[in-house]
Design a protein around this ligand. Structure first.
Ligand code: AHG
Ligand code: MN
Ligand code: MN
Length: 335
């Protein structure tokens, strides 16, 4: 079998289609290298004294784990000197991190969730890193939070890495979705899927059912229909899966279909949802659409939402087309 590395893939894509400018290629390679470093830390676990809390809170009031903080630092250090970025934003930083003056400034903006699924770190369940790439629209050296507030449809690239039984990198540059598996012996990302497609029909849903009593009516109705199985309106039995790391749940859906929901609920009614638009929902929505699926907030396409702040939250429904359409119909019927 011909082994295609990430570098070779990017070089050949550029040669054949010419849509990967050198700064974007460097950015992807740097993020992939940082993910390798994070994978090594994740693997060490207790041996590296890397488990447990960092005894600090992020801007969203969540307690940070040691690996949240370490992964955030790894991504900053890997990315700030290369000349490909103007600034970065992360779940673990209150405000944007502008590339320091001592380094050249590039034309891209990088947003990331350095470690997704933090509650799974200490119990040795799959976790990951999610990233989104935007182009800085304005010219000149100045960069501000407003430069980041672009709808997800303007992403130049998006991807995630899963630290699980295998370490995998899933990537889109707006021309389909590809998957690389880390070969630990050679340290190389090897292309193992060149065109990921989400099956249209599915019988599997993912939702945190412990919040059921707080859900809005359309979500209750959708899950009730699934649970009614063969005898219900959907006339088929459904299975349920919930890892609790969005990155792993979405990866399963990209691999074998399904629908993922993290909807608004009445626990904190003023919040549109739990997940963050710019570095969780947008990159996943881009990947899912590029793989033939759909992603909405129950009503509108996630990629069309114009953000008003960096850490904005959103309801998320994504995955196989037919299921996302059904959830969206139920929301629209309510209006
Ligand atoms: P993070 O670890 O980056 O804060 O994200 C956790 C998210 C997401 O990965 C997952 O789907 C969801 O939180 C699970 O939350 P609950 O266990 O509160 O339902
Ligand atoms: Mn997350
Ligand atoms: Mn996180």
């Amino acid at each position: 079998m011909k082994r295609v590395s990430l570098t070779r893939y990017l070089v050949e894509q550029q040669r054949e289609h010419g849509h990967i400018p050198p700064q974007l290629r460097l950015l992807i390679e740097v993020v992939a290298r940082a993910c390798k470093q994070i994978a090594i830390a994740v693997n060490k676990g207790a041996l590296g004294e890397l488990l447990g809390s960092a005894h600090s809170e992020n801007v969203q009031g969540e307690v940070q784990k040691k690996l949240d903080v370490i992964s955030n630092e790894v991504l900053i250090e890997a990315n700030e000197w290369g000349g490909h970025l103007a600034a970065m934003a992360s779940e673990e930083m209150d405000t944007i991190h502008v590339v320091p003056n001592r380094y050249p400034q590039g034309e891209y903006l990088l947003l990331y969730d350095p470690l997704d699924g933090s509650s799974n770190i200490d119990v040795n369940v799959s976790i990951g890193t999610i990233f989104s790439v935007l182009r800085k629209v304005g010219h000149g050296r100045g960069v501000s939070e407003e430069d980041f507030l672009q709808p997800g449809k303007q992403q130049a690239a998006a991807g995630y890495c899963v630290y699980g039984p295998q370490t995998t990198l899933v990537l889109t540059l707006g021309d389909g979705v590809v998957l690389f598996t880390l070969d630990r012996e050679t340290g190389s990302w090897v292309l193992t899927e060149s065109d990921l497609r989400i099956p249209e029909e599915t019988r599997e849903f993912a939702i945190n059912a412990s919040n059921q009593r707080h859900w809005a009516q359309p979500v209750r109705r959708y899950i009730d229909e699934c649970l009614a199985g063969k005898d219900g309106p959907r006339a088929k039995d459904f299975n349920m899966r919930w890892v609790g790391s969005m990155v792993a749940d979405v990866h399963r859906i990209l691999s074998r279909g399904g629908v993922f929901l993290y909807p608004w609920d009445s626990r904190e009614p003023e919040k549109p949802g739990k997940l963050r638009l710019m570095y969780e929902a947008n990159p996943m929505a881009f990947l899912v659409e590029q793989a033939g699926g759909l992603a909405t907030d129950g009503r509108q396409r996630i990629l069309d939402i114009v953000p008003t702040k960096l850490h904005e939250r959103v309801s998320v429904v994504l995955g196989s087309r037919a299921e996302v359409q059904r959830v969206t119909e139920l929301h629209q019927a309510e209006q």
